[in-house]
Write a protein that binds this ligand. Structure first.
Ligand code: HEC
Ligand code: HEC
Length: 335
């Protein structure tokens, strides 16, 4: 039996909609006890209307130049907030990257593959301005949205001020901090001692946490990332961390991605070059790529075919079905 945990609001979701206007109230995001407590930035503690405004903005197509794309075009709930495409144009075309999951960003110390963005609030400015993403100036966004009366009202009630860049970036961050995912078969087995792993999944887990593969030294608990930067040896044009540090030693290094919900976020790697988990595991087993900045732990592992299958089976236990089916992260169709 699956233990269903609703990782959501401790305080109810129903809005206190007073007749004379919108009424806001603080909420907390329910989180697993095996995750550390979230530290919210001052002035952006979660409230019901901040979350609702952020969600509305996340799905808002007016945020894009041609009114045809929103954040959710590239970050879709059923795919754990990825989009299934090889790359989704992001920086200049040569640096187009695979869209990452947005799960558990509340604990991320910085954002993007090179870690160049220090807060989730600031991160939202990137895609709105970016030529290959939504491609609109913040001024234009504010103008467009303020002409829709419900935005002005929501903004006032949630942040006590007119809708502007401050409000838009904060509300988007508030919504994204609620995207908490920690209810997978792995969590039930490992943290809640449910003991419902198959023999193959157990074997895969032992391998994942072993000295032999060292997978867990980079994909560390509880988020399956250590948030550090490494090269797996890819030789493509994307120089990764070097873009931020200007150091050739950092060429081709990328932030360790989380592996939570990995089964749903194909294709894989910053360049979307691998279409299956079998391919990823086989890549590691044969020692990764050839770039000289490659981390020394990425070397031939001599895994048998059965061991490769076990690792894949383990990775598939990291899926949190309650997360990707949580309707609170969706908006009702626009009227
Ligand atoms: C055209 C597709 C596209 C759109 C639209 C888009 N994103 Fe992204 N997003 C990406 C890609 C690709 C990356 C990875 C960039 C990188 O690593 O350098 C990314 C990265 C991110 C990250 C960083 C995640 C991390 O782990 O560091 C966040 C947060 C994010 N996007 C939120 C948003 C928000 C909010 C919006 C809307 C305002 C948005 N995105 C719109 C494609 C998109
Ligand atoms: C030296 C640190 C390190 C080790 C060891 C390591 N990884 Fe990774 N892993 C990374 C980094 C960094 C990336 C992203 C690389 C990129 O995009 O270029 C990654 C990417 C992945 C991805 C694709 C994630 C995605 O969203 O695209 C999977 C799956 C994965 N690793 C599984 C494993 C497994 C299984 C092992 C053990 C066999 C392992 N990793 C060992 C650092 C590591």
């Amino acid at each position: 039996m699956r233990r269903v945990i609703s990782f959501f609001f401790i305080v109810g979701i129903l809005a206190g909609c007073a007749s004379e206007g919108l009424q806001d109230r603080s909420i907390s995001f329910k989180q697993p006890h095996y995750f550390p407590a979230i530290i919210f930035p001052e002035g952006n503690e979660p409230t019901l209307l901040r979350f609702e405004l952020g969600k509305k903005l996340f799905y808002e197509k007016q945020l894009s130049k041609n009114e045809d794309q929103s954040c959710a075009s590239c970050h879709r709930l059923p795919s754990a907030f990825t989009d299934g495409r090889t790359v989704s144009s992001f920086h200049e075309n040569e640096f187009a990257r695979n869209a990452p999951t947005l799960a558990n960003l509340a604990w991320s110390p910085y954002f993007m593959s090179e870690g160049g963005v220090p807060t989730l609030e600031l991160q939202a400015l990137g895609p709105i301005h970016e030529k290959h993403e939504l491609s609109l100036s913040m001024e234009a966004v504010v103008g467009r949205l303020n002409s829709k009366s419900n935005y002005a009202e929501l903004s006032k009630a949630a942040y006590g001020r007119e809708l502007d860049a401050f409000v838009i970036t904060r509300a988007l961050a508030c919504f994204q901090r609620a995207l908490i995912s920690g209810d997978s078969k792995f969590d039930r087995h490992y943290f809640l001692k449910a003991n419902d792993y198959s023999e193959l999944e157990k074997q895969g887990m032992d391998l994942f946490f072993s000295e032999r593969t060292q997978c867990s030294s980079c994909h560390a608990l509880p988020f399956f990332t250590d948030y550090k930067f490494y090269s797996l040896g890819f030789e493509d044009a994307d120089i990764g961390l070097e873009r931020r540090t200007y150091s050739e030693n950092d060429r081709g290094k990328f932030k360790t991605p989380t592996l939570r919900n990995i089964e749903l976020t194909a294709p894989y790697m910053h360049n979307g070059s691998m279409s299956s988990l079998e391919e990823v595991v086989s890549f590691y087993n044969t020692g990764g790529g050839t770039r000289t900045t490659k981390d020394s732990r990425v070397k031939p592992l001599n895994l048998s075919q059965e061991e490769e299958r076990a690792l894949v089976a383990f990775l598939k236990t990291l899926t949190d079905w309650n997360f990707v089916q949580n309707e609170k992260f969706l908006v009702a169709e626009e009227d």
